[in-house]
Design a binder for this molecule. Structure first.
Ligand code: G3I
Length: 376
């Protein structure tokens, strides 16, 4: 089965690779003495790099949009593709904000990571308070996924199909989906997404699963079972919402490898490294080392092609409202000045070994006319 998935993805990538070789060689000829934007450095390393993006600052702050388009090659809608914003009433969808983010990505040669098709949070009240039978819930889930994935077919590099379905002990989280449909909801969601866009890689995304632990063991068993049943799942997301305590990088490397051995892509999906306020230069240095260590671990793992952060400027982060007394979790400060963590990423990317064709696993960019660094 792994051989099959590799053939499929390598086929897609081969067409990208020839265009990208041109792009890389052209870039090589134009290399300037200053460090290039992160997206260009990442492209030479064979990876995509980018943040979660919010509609309001993107449309309201020029410096937000300018920084995003200059530095990054992928974006994830932070909220605008979730159920409540995009499907506010049972028979009404609202696409304006998500469309704007997808349009910005297209206009800036970026790709989009869709987030998220099934989650226990951000559920609109018509659904959470409704009294639907199991068959009705399955029909609602299918309609939602067909409608949303179908609308963005060809614009999305990968989908977070199911988000945070596993507890810390490795058991399935008790959610509306589990109680109304049963554990089959996961297989159904991935099959519906594959029906709607057979080419987009489909990802299971979670937090607290970065090291080898009861949760990541539970996720490993979950996705292994899905693969054994022929469910179209292609990757696992590791969110990395962490503190200055960092994580055990050796355990993360082992963890990535076992999922890669299943033929799955590795997605660093929501990285931010929060710290107690007020900030100090020592804490900024520790933060930079943590960002650099996670990047190095990704660059060393052929199946890791996507390095995503949960925002990029401390001016717009979920952290302060969710963790009172904490903040400064991202790579640009509130004034959009690059922090030591930015410099650490630039340094790490500028020293990566040039991608060896076939060394990196698959991550197809939906927009093959603008491949970023599709080293295989
Ligand atoms: O848009 C409404 C606005 O109209 C209303 O006035 C306001 C006050 O109620 O709420 C606004 O919606 C908020 C939304 O963010 C947009 O700002 C929601 O209440 C709030 O719950 C929501 O929080 C988001 C959270 O997910 C829940 O969806 C955070 O911004 C977002 O960063 C966070 O992201 C999650 C990932 O999706 C999954 N992984 C964990 C990560 C952090 O929790």
């Amino acid at each position: 089965m792994i051989q099959h998935r590799w053939i499929r993805h390598v086929g897609v990538l081969a067409s990208c690779w020839s265009i990208a070789l041109f792009e890389i060689s052209a870039h090589a000829q134009s290399t300037n003495t200053d460090l290039s934007p992160l997206r260009d450095l990442a492209s030479q390393c064979g990876i995509w790099i980018g943040p979660a993006v919010a509609y309001d600052p993107l449309t309201g702050e020029a410096i937000y949009a300018d920084t995003l388009g200059r530095e990054f090659s992928i974006l994830t809608p932070e909220n605008d593709m979730k159920w409540a914003p995009i499907h506010p009433q049972q028979f009404q969808y609202s696409f304006e904000r998500a469309d704007a983010l997808v349009a910005f990505a297209g206009a800036n040669g970026m790709t989009v990571h869709g987030h998220t098709l099934v989650w226990h949070s951000a559920i609109p009240s018509w659904l959470s308070s409704g009294s639907f039978t199991r068959d009705e819930m399955i029909d609602i889930l299918r309609d939602h996924i067909y409608t949303v994935v179908g609308r963005y077919n060809g614009s999305i590099a990968a989908w977070d199909v199911v988000n945070e379905a596993v507890n810390d002990d490795g058991s399935l989280r008790s959610t509306l989906w589990l109680s109304s449909i049963g554990p089959e909801y996961l297989d159904l969601a991935f099959r519906f997404a594959s029906d709607a866009d057979p080419n987009a890689p489909l990802v299971y995304n979670d937090y607290g699963n970065e090291s080898i632990n009861a949760k990541s063991n539970g996720i490993y068993d979950l996705v292994s079972g899905m693969l054994a049943r022929g469910v179209p799942i292609h990757g696992v997301g590791f969110q990395f919402h962490i503190t200055l305590g960092g994580i055990d990088l050796a355990s993360f490397a082992q963890n990535m490898q076992r999922f890669a051995d299943l033929g799955l892509g590795i997605y660093i999906s929501e990285l931010d490294v929060r710290m107690q306020l007020p900030v100090t230069s020592e804490n900024f240095a520790t933060q930079a080392n943590i960002y650099a260590g996670i990047l190095d671990a990704c660059l060393a793992q052929p199946a890791c092609r996507v390095f995503q952060m949960w925002g990029f400027t401390d001016a717009h982060s979920w952290v302060p409202s969710s963790f009172p007394g904490y903040g400064a979790a991202l790579i640009f400060d509130e004034m959009y000045q690059p922090k030591p963590a930015y410099d650490a990423l630039a340094q790490g990317l500028s020293q990566c070994p040039s991608p060896v064709v076939g060394a990196k696993s698959s991550h197809r960019s939906a927009n093959v006319s603008k491949p970023l660094a599709p080293a295989q």
